[in-house]
Design a protein around this ligand. Structure first.
Ligand SMILES: Cc1ncc(COP(=O)(O)O)c(C=O)c1O
Length: 345
């Protein structure tokens, strides 16, 4: 779900090789760039007084969010309610933070079912998680409904928009609601190194309330800055500079074009596979196509043998293609051609 970085990202990355936000007092210029990037993301996500960081990726961003949630409530035997479709990073995080994952079932469109979420909450629940753009199917959970439950039960709500955060705001037409406009949303993961076209490692975490930071701070006695909030110590200033440069270069209009381009190729692929008699698992909301055949696993192997790097998802018995910005129309057409040839054999 990462793509070839925007050309300027590479150039800027090289200019900031020595910059380390783990000792931020030494690099005030990079600190300023990070502030500006977080402000841009906050504006995009309708946040006011929002605070945040660029971190190593979606995994670290989700970890920081659940650390805040756990430390906010300090409940014994803490549990987190996750959609069955949640990213596997949450398994690592639950393991690290000693949280018990409780999985809520999905509806017919593979979105988490709010009644299931309600059923899974208990006096031990410290957080509910929703995904805006699942890694497997690109589906957006009903965040507004999760917010109602979270507010009613006084529980923290985190939105994992690692992939969808830099797609949904730029969609033409229907844009599912998922951001800080929704009252219960306390934090959002949004990764510039995915659809932001910035250089790796550039995940993003934003918190609605600056007080969240007090719950995850660590003293750093011998550094220029006395406090750190991120999980990793040494932090790439290069990645921050690359995000800043891509944001400046592309702006909203640029991202609208990138997303429009990806969605055009997504629709081309989705229509093409359907025309050939394959079944879409779900109509694409984001730039992701998932489809099945009568023997999908074997089809996936044949496609791989022809050099197509597609994933096979055992959970849904389907082939998944993430239509990233480096995928051009000619690639989509060549894929459809190979698919047709394989099925004829
Ligand atoms: C929805 C979602 N969340 C979290 C992650 C984890 O991100 P990372 O691999 O950058 O740690 C991914 C990765 O694809 C993702 O799609």
């Amino acid at each position: 779900m990462c793509t070839k970085p925007y050309p300027l990202a590479k150039k800027t990355y090289e200019m900031f090789f020595e910059s380390n936000l783990g000792d931020s007092g030494l690099f005030p210029g990079t600190v300023q760039l990070e502030k500006e990037v977080i402000q841009t993301l906050a504006t995009l996500l309708h946040g006011e007084n929002t605070v945040g960081f660029l971190v190593s990726g979606g995994t670290e961003a989700n970890l920081m969010a659940l650390l805040v949630a756990r430390n906010t409530s300090r409940i014994e035997h803490p549990e987190v309610v996750l959609p069955q479709s949640a990213h596997f990073s949450f398994n690592k995080i639950c393991n690290l933070l000693n949280l018990k994952p409780v999985y809520a079932g999905l509806d017919n469109d593979f979105r988490v079912d709010p009644t299931e979420v309600e059923r899974c909450t208990s006096k031990h629940t410290v957080a509910i998680v929703g995904t805006a753009g699942t890694a497997e199917l690109g589906v957006v959970d009903p965040i507004d409904k999760l917010s109602e439950i979270a507010l009613r039960q006084g529980v923290y709500l985190h939105v994992d928009a690692a992939f969808g955060g830099l797609v949904i705001p730029f969609l033409m037409g229907f844009k599912p609601h998922f951001d800080f406009k929704i009252e219960g949303v306390k934090s959002i993961t949004i990764d510039p190194h995915k659809m932001g076209m910035a250089a790796i490692p550039a995940g993003g975490i934003l918190f609605k309330d600056a007080k969240a930071l007090d719950l995850i701070k660590t003293e750093t006695p011998y550094l220029t800055d006395r406090i750190q909030h991120t999980f990793v110590g040494t932090r790439s200033g290069s990645a921050v500079a690359s995000v800043w440069a891509v944001f400046k270069a592309l702006g909203r209009e640029g991202y609208q074009k990138v997303v429009g381009f990806c969605m055009k190729n997504t629709n081309l692929l989705a229509e093409g596979v359907e025309k050939q008699g394959f079944k879409l698992v779900v109509e694409p909301t984001l730039n992701l196509v998932a489809f099945r055949s009568t023997n999908t696993k074997s089809l996936a192997e044949k496609l791989r043998a022809k050099g197509w790097f597609i994933s096979y998802l055992p959970r849904y018995d389907c082939i998944r293609i993430v239509v990233m910005p480096h995928v051009k129309e000619r690639h989509a057409l060549a894929f459809l051609e190979d698919l047709c040839q394989i099925e004829k054999l």
